[in-house]
Design a protein. Structure first.
Length: 303
């Protein structure tokens, strides 16, 4: 009888522990291991299958709010339609070759706004149609992929063309306030305008593309993404996270300003050749968020 009581007590304690573990912990869907329940839906991936952040209670989309989705579709379609109409009216005009500065700059402003509209339509299509509810689980592939980079470069290029063209138009209008008559272009004015707009195009393209050039990755790459079977790292891994792991493995003598190439060599040195090649992708500059926009406001720990 005494043994029965003891065994019943032990069984009760075990059941209470199991119940307590179920209440206070979250079980990852595929790997079945437990994490603290506070880590569920905290914006940081702790499960290899991402089930702590991608579940019925919390998930993420490229555009998180329905109001943003609707606004992006409306503004994008309007920007594409109206600016395409303006360009079709202005560009075929035979008088364009000897047209006013106003008309030339309006063409560039419309072209920039058209690119911005194309970006909005495409990001909305990826959000609601192409990727949809699968974004949460596939966001590392999205943030490191070429489509996100293309959309980011397109929006940056278009926004800069429009911005610089409006700036040039404002300067021109101020400079001609006291001038009587039209603003028809002479030969010198045409050459000057051509040079200015060529400079606008060059600067806009440079600002859009330079963050994606491999030579500048130490300035613009946000992190690395590894395959899900790589238990050492999850999701997007920053330089700081890499360095913390390396210090635990190699010692505390490592520099704090390691380059991405040095990080790659140190990572490879942690595994034998039998392990095979460690698959990783760069989270490029435009991969700082799902909308793939230029990051104008940086934080202290950004690259």
């Amino acid at each position: 009888m005494t043994k029965f009581v003891i065994l019943s007590t032990i069984a009760g304690i075990i059941l209470m522990r199991i119940k307590d573990g179920c209440v206070n912990n979250f079980q990852c869907r595929e790997t079945k291991h437990f994490i603290n329940r506070d880590k569920k839906c905290d914006g940081v991936f702790d499960c290899n299958d991402y089930s702590d952040e991608c579940n019925e209670e919390c998930s993420s989309h490229i555009l998180s709010l329905w109001t943003l989705k609707i606004i992006a579709w409306i503004i994008g379609i309007m920007a594409v339609s109206f600016n395409a109409f303006v360009l079709l009216r202005l560009i075929p005009d035979p008088k364009t070759a000897k047209s006013s500065v106003n008309k030339v700059l309006r063409i560039f402003i419309s072209a920039g706004d058209l690119l911005t509209g194309i970006y909005l339509v495409m990001i909305s299509a990826f959000d609601t149609v192409i990727i949809g509810n699968q974004y949460c689980k596939s966001q590392m592939e999205w943030l490191s992929g070429s489509f996100c980079a293309f959309l980011g470069a397109t929006s940056t290029f278009g926004a800069n063309i429009s911005l610089y063209s409006m700036m040039c138009l404002s300067i021109f209008r101020v400079s001609t306030l006291r001038r009587i008559g039209g603003d028809e272009l002479g030969r010198r004015q045409k050459m000057a305008l051509t040079a200015v707009m060529a400079l606008v195009m060059f600067v806009s393209a440079a600002l859009a593309v330079i963050p994606l050039v491999d030579s500048f990755k130490d300035f613009f790459v946000n992190g690395l993404s590894y395959s899900r079977d790589m238990n050492l790292f999850l999701a997007a891994v920053s330089k700081e996270s890499h360095i913390n792991v390396f210090k635990a493995y190699y010692g505390n003598k490592l520099r704090e300003d390691l380059s991405w190439d040095e990080i790659g060599r140190l990572l490879n040195g942690m595994f034998t050749s039998n392990y095979g090649e460690i698959s990783r992708k760069k989270i490029h500059f435009y991969g700082n968020a799902g909308v793939c926009l230029f990051k104008y406001f940086v934080k202290r720990n950004d690259p």
